[in-house]
Design a binder for this molecule. Structure first.
Ligand code: SF4
Length: 580
């Protein structure tokens, strides 16, 4: 069989992401790679890892200025040095055969494989997957549905990084899950712990009639760069990267450690505008900061190399002694952006192209959270995409199979996950829209949502996360149902419920943010929320301010209702968003 250059690149990246044992457990795949000259021709049993074991983490974790100063490393840093998480396969197999969950620092090291032991919320593993740019397909959806039914809780959750998570995996099955995923072309490597998380792009990349540039290739290249550079698994803390193609749907790139934004600009202010990317650094809204513009313009082909240079500086400069201050934002706070960029430029090896802001055309269509829901014409004439509403991201295995069938029968098989915990099916012919609408409704899902539900986001919460102070997903659904029965809003309002200060559902950027907490009620401590208002993203970026503290969960819906009624009644006709 002949593979295109693009397919070969994919296979090479895929090979680099497989552990030696996983590769050897899949003899067909291994011999395919050998036949292509991507692995030495050898018997499947002795296929070596494409990356020498001792280079996997050593290079990344060894270089850091905190090591030179003799400071005490955090326990996670010590764990990384005591054991290479990618050389734990035998121990993991042994533990699975004895139905044992990991203990001590192994709990952290399992996360390098995307496996989270989530006790006490559930005495089970959660497995976080990885899809470059949130792009997946019907084949993978069917396979993941099978895995969810056989080895997990029979459902998946779409996350706020355009990703999927499988839950309720018993101690016997973590390797069945990750091996099964590898056989589908889905790699979980680095989806947890101190690694680069799912690369996000707008779900409408390549089909949005208004976008400046299709960012799917960038997401894939970044993903493969990580897979092929072992030092990238030695970061001081987790790291988020996003590429925004400048279209109608947003991916919240300014909440990432690195956000790339497509713009049209002129290098000297007089020549015809060309397509470039701006780079913003240091976004982490749970710590009160959006990413800041660096004032440089990059060509598309330069973005991945520059991101790698930023990561190399982070490897060197990130704090390995204090987990709370280990993210990129704190390196930028300590060094200042100008000094940080000097180090990046040195690592990049070429001068950065500083361009005055006025040479860049900034106006773009205002991105709205629910704009992708329902049917929309694509850039390709005669084709449409449909945004499907998922109740705070949850999909049953059967719904996954049904949607896979819709994607195959009426689309191109492509399924696109969003940071809004929804998904898109693309490439639907105009004449097929009614049939697709009916097929989606038959799954129990829908294609439109009220202005309350279209921007409703909730993290996993107490049902599956040990940090949670509240059952966020359940409360989110109850809140939406309650508000829909009480008020009608003619503008979308984003409501984000997050279970703890880690802020996976980014409460700080919601129009209304709810942060889980325990509240004293008489003698008892009950689940509740701190209420924030005024957050936003993109043109309306803002960090929400706390309006009310410690509201019991039972009282929260009526308080949010009163807040929305007051806003609705007192609104000026010029106000087009809650942020206005
Ligand atoms: Fe868990 Fe906190 Fe993240 Fe929610 S925000 S999923 S409670 S860590």
């Amino acid at each position: 069989q002949t593979f295109s250059e693009e397919q070969q690149q994919y296979l090479m990246g895929f090979a680099a992401g497989c552990d030696a044992l996983q590769t050897s457990r899949n003899p067909t795949f291994a011999s395919t790679l050998s036949a292509l000259g991507m692995l030495p021709a050898t018997t499947p049993e002795t296929v070596p890892s494409p990356l020498p074991p001792d280079a996997r983490l050593a290079h990344g974790v060894a270089q850091n200025q905190f090591l030179d100063r003799g400071l005490k490393l955090s326990s996670e840093e010590q764990a990384k040095r005591s054991k290479d998480p990618f050389q734990m396969r035998d121990a993991m197999e042994q533990a699975a055969s004895e139905a044992r969950f990991p203990k001590g620092t192994d709990v952290f090291l399992y996360k390098y494989h995307g496996l989270f032991h989530v006790a006490p919320a559930q005495n089970a593993f959660m497995c976080r997957l990885r899809f470059a740019g949130g792009m997946t397909n019907s084949h993978q959806f069917r396979g993941i549905a099978d895995i969810a039914e056989k080895f997990a809780g029979g459902y998946t959750d779409v996350t706020t990084r355009s990703n999927l998570q499988l839950r309720e995996i018993p101690a016997e099955y973590p390797l069945e899950v990750i091996d099964g995923l590898v056989e589908l072309g889905v790699i979980t490597r680095g989806s947890g712990a101190d690694n680069i998380r799912n690369i996000t792009i707008p779900p409408t990349s390549g089909i949005d009639p208004e976008e400046i540039i299709d960012t799917r290739t960038l997401a894939r290249k970044m993903n493969h760069y990580i897979l092929q550079h072992p030092e990238m698994y030695g970061l001081p803390r987790k790291f988020n990267i996003s590429f925004d193609g400048g279209g109608r749907t947003t991916t919240l790139a300014d909440t990432n450690d690195i956000g790339f934004f497509a713009v049209r600009g002129s290098l000297d202010g007089t020549s015809a505008p060309e397509i470039f990317f701006r780079m913003e650094l240091g976004g982490i809204t749970g710590h009160g900061d959006f990413a800041s513009d660096c004032g440089i313009l990059l060509r598309e082909c330069e973005c991945v190399d520059l991101a790698a240079a930023v990561l190399r500086v982070f490897l060197q400069e990130g704090d390995r002694t204090d987990r709370k201050r280990a993210r990129l934002k704190y390196v930028l706070d300590r060094l200042g952006q100008a000094e940080f960029l000097k180090l990046v430029e040195k690592s990049y090896g070429k001068p950065l192209r500083q361009v005055p802001r006025e040479y860049v055309e900034l106006p773009r269509t205002k991105a709205v959270s629910g704009a992708h829901l329902g049917f929309h014409p694509q850039a390709q004439p005669g084709l449409h995409y449909v945004g499907v509403v998922l109740p705070v991201g949850r999909l049953s295995a059967q719904q996954m199979r049904d949607l896979a069938q819709v994607a195959d029968r009426y689309g191109s098989g492509t399924i696109r996950l969003t940071v809004w915990q929804n998904l898109l099916i693309s490439d639907i012919k105009t004449d097929d829209i009614p049939a697709v609408q009916a097929a989606i409704e038959a799954t129990g899902l829908c294609t439109s949502a009220t202005n309350v539900r279209s921007g409703l986001v909730a993290c996993t919460g107490a049902a599956g996360c040990k940090f949670a102070a509240a059952h966020t997903k359940q409360h989110a659904l109850k809140l939406a149902t309650y508000l829909e029965s009480k008020i009608q809003l003619d503008l979308p309002v984003n409501i984000h419920l997050t279970g703890c200060h880690h802020s996976c559902a980014q409460h700080a950027i919601g129009d209304i943010g709810l942060l889980g907490t325990k509240v004293a009620q008489g003698e008892e401590m009950v689940e509740g929320y701190h209420l924030f208002v005024g957050g936003g993203f993109g043109d309306d970026r803002g960090i929400g301010r706390q309006l009310q503290a410690s509201i019991p969960a039972t009282e929260m819906p009526s308080i949010v209702e009163r807040l929305l009624i007051a806003w609705n009644d007192g609104r000026d006709f010029r106000e087009q968003t809650f942020a206005d």
